[in-house]
Design a protein around this ligand. Structure first.
Ligand code: ACO
Length: 336
């Protein structure tokens, strides 16, 4: 068996909903500005005793239920996240929460909003080259924990969520992932980052400038910093290119795809890419209005809603693409 197919999906979101009007009480903005510039109206934020691990496990369990696969039969868990609840990685805690008795390999993939596409492609490589059979790919992020809630340029954009798919080994005739294209550009990091805090690095001022300080201070990360215009420009230029590249590898044209499912960052980015690829609006999946940009969770969350509502049907072809911090971007052509 050298094929892999998507056999289940699931998602979970926190309870607290924050509307644009709620944000307008905190920063100088308005529902009108946010909805016309981004298409976002609401987002969910983790609070109280909720955890990202809990959301991720809930999404994964729903995917396993849909696939009718027992947690004990999972042999690999890929947690795509940039906001793990443990610096050493969050995936093993999901293995524990699911009670997987097979001790599946579990580790994190960190690539911000591209994380889920990288996870899907990684799952296919582990299946095709490594003999793995049931791979959980989970996209889960809580960017609300790293947003500067006084910065109106970024705090309006993000929300928290988790989404998951189960990717399973199958015969090559049934293969459901048939073309991908992935990229990074570290130089573009300056346009979108949440770096380690400068003032807590292992230095202190001496008479000759900066000298090594020991013992070092405990590190922490700064808030999300973004040049929105540059990120917007980057997205509308690279996303159509990467989808064209994946389609070419799959031997398809954009007219062959049933659904375009992009990372949900901004309605104007999604519309711009659809126009460039000549994909009609009624073939574009979007739920950005309700959840904002949920980073690695956005694609599996939107997929799960589209599958459960009956929009996406078995056998249909989906072009998906992630793009964001790193910078990273990439696409994959899937059959549901
Ligand atoms: N409310 C009201 N006014 C605002 C707000 C706000 N929330 N935010 C910015 N403004 C103001 C600015 O201060 C500026 O005012 P000025 O002209 O007086 O200076 C004006 O609105 C225009 O600002 P721009 O930044 O040029 O607005 P733009 O039309 O580019 O929209 C936006 C900003 C929505 C952030 C857009 O650039 C965008 O969506 N970029 C992509 C961002 C993105 O998707 N990032 C996530 C990538 S994925 C990941 O990995 C995290």
């Amino acid at each position: 068996s050298k094929g892999c197919k998507l056999v289940g999906c699931g998602s979970a979101v926190p309870n607290l909903q924050i509307s644009n009007d709620d944000l307008a009480k905190m920063v100088d903005t308005s529902d009108e500005w946010i909805s016309t510039r981004t298409g976002i109206r609401n987002r969910r934020v983790l609070t109280g005793n909720e955890s990202l691990t809990g959301l991720a496990a809930e999404a994964a369990l729903k995917a396993l239920e849909m696939a009718q696969v027992d947690p004990d039969d999972v042999d690999l868990i890929l947690l795509c996240t940039s906001t793990p609840e443990d610096l050493f990685g969050g995936a093993p805690q999901i293995q524990k929460a699911l009670g997987c008795k097979g001790n599946p390999l579990a580790f994190d993939i960190t690539a911000a909003c591209s994380g889920f596409v990288l996870g899907l492609v990684s799952a296919s490589c582990y299946i095709r080259g490594g003999g793995f059979k049931n791979v959980l790919v989970i996209g889960a992020d809580s960017l609300s924990r790293y947003v500067d809630w006084t910065d109106r340029g970024t705090c309006i954009l993000f929300g928290d969520a988790a989404g998951a798919v189960l990717v399973q080994a199958c015969d090559s005739e049934e293969d459901g992932l048939f073309g991908f294209d992935l990229h990074s550009d570290g130089d573009g990091n300056r346009h979108l980052n949440a770096g380690i805090k400068e003032n807590e690095r292992n230095h202190e001022s001496g008479t000759n400038g900066s000298v090594l300080a020991f013992p070092p201070n405990r590190s922490s990360f700064s808030c999300i910093k973004m040049n929105g215009t540059e990120v917007f420009r980057f997205a509308v230029s690279v996303v159509p290119q990467t989808i064209e590249a994946s389609l070419a590898k799959a031997g398809l044209n954009s007219s062959d795809i049933d659904w375009l499912l992009l990372h949900q960052a901004n309605k104007r980015i999604i519309d711009g890419v659809a126009t460039r690829l000549e994909v009609p609006k009624d073939r574009v999946i979007s739920n950005l209005e309700n959840y904002g940009n949920t980073s690695a969770a956005s694609i599996p969350l939107a997929l799960d809603e589209a599958v459960r509502s009956g929009k996406v049907k078995q056998g249909q072809t989906i072009a998906t693409a992630g793009f964001g911090a790193g910078l990273t971007w990439g696409s994959a052509i899937l059959r549901w």
